[in-house]
Design a binder for this molecule. Sequence first.
Ligand code: GDP
Length: 343
Amino acid sequence: MEKERICLSNELKGIKIRDFEELRSRILSIYKSKIALPKSVKKKGLVKYLTKVRQIHDFLMNEFYRHIQMLPKFNELHPFYQELIRMSCADERYDDILGKVLGFRKVLLKLTREYSERIRLSFDVPEARKLTREYIGRVLSIFRRLRKDLRCLSSIVVELRKLPCISVIEPIIVVAGMPQVGKSTFVSRVSTAKPEISPFPFTTKEIIVGHFEVNFKRIQIIDTPGILDRPLHELNQIEKRALAAIKCLTNCLIFLIDPYEGSYYSLESQLNLLKNIMVSFKDLRNKIIVAINKIDLVNEERLNYVKAKVKELFNGDIYLMSALKGIGVKEVINAALKLLGYS
Ligand code: GDP
């Protein structure tokens, strides 16, 4: 069952997945640390090594595995997060890896029991030391085998933690269009997000999420530079997956067009992108809004020409605005809210 995760990146904040090297150095430092025992303790040499074995076991179960157990199960995740996880470790399934790592807890428990018993019965201190080292060697050989899996889980946590807080239960408006058409300007004008607005193409790289409230309900508005601002055939495998993930989330898409003749991208390439997005976001057929931005830069004749060109391939309403000057912005947002079912 998919859980209603409010913000996965926040949930993952407290989770640390140690890789093999970190585990080894932590286990060795436990082995080397001094243990002070009360004077009354008999057979101090043996007890010292028994304590080290117990401390290593406790560290693995109470720290290392506690964090592994906090990881979400794949089938409890929204398709958006599932798609992102598939992007992190290409060749193996996340759930299989998680199952494999968790499965070794039983082996570790057995090892700890076996070696504790053998140390207790050991002949002298050198034998106890030898057995403790053997125990550590066997524990480390387990984690050496899991080296790749731990690296994968750790990279998933690191990647997903970088995501802005995207809620899968609140409506999402995605803003698309070629670079430099004014997406960040628009998102920052209508929401709480304050994305960096760059004067050059290709400089904004991260997904930017803004919020605003309507009737006490939060709406998310997302700018996705680098993914929805290039023709689909130019996207690499990872970007295609990112696009698939974004598609899972979108409830409404606002496509911006720069009508200015001297714009960074020709009107033709902008319309090609619109066509691509309409094909790719088929399920959103009636949830796409086209807004011609930067109307402060063009005269009426040019505007009518651009409008007519858009109409040739898009039969919904076309809005005119200037995100920079704040003209027509409210109308575009109201149209989006109407499509989301708010009027
Ligand atoms: P993005 O790449 O699509 O996110 O575009 P940005 O929001 O970074 O805007 C690119 C450039 O266009 C910036 O210099 C903005 O100030 C400018 N810009 C955005 N909207 C408007 C507008 O409505 N009118 C004018 N004149 N410039 C705009």
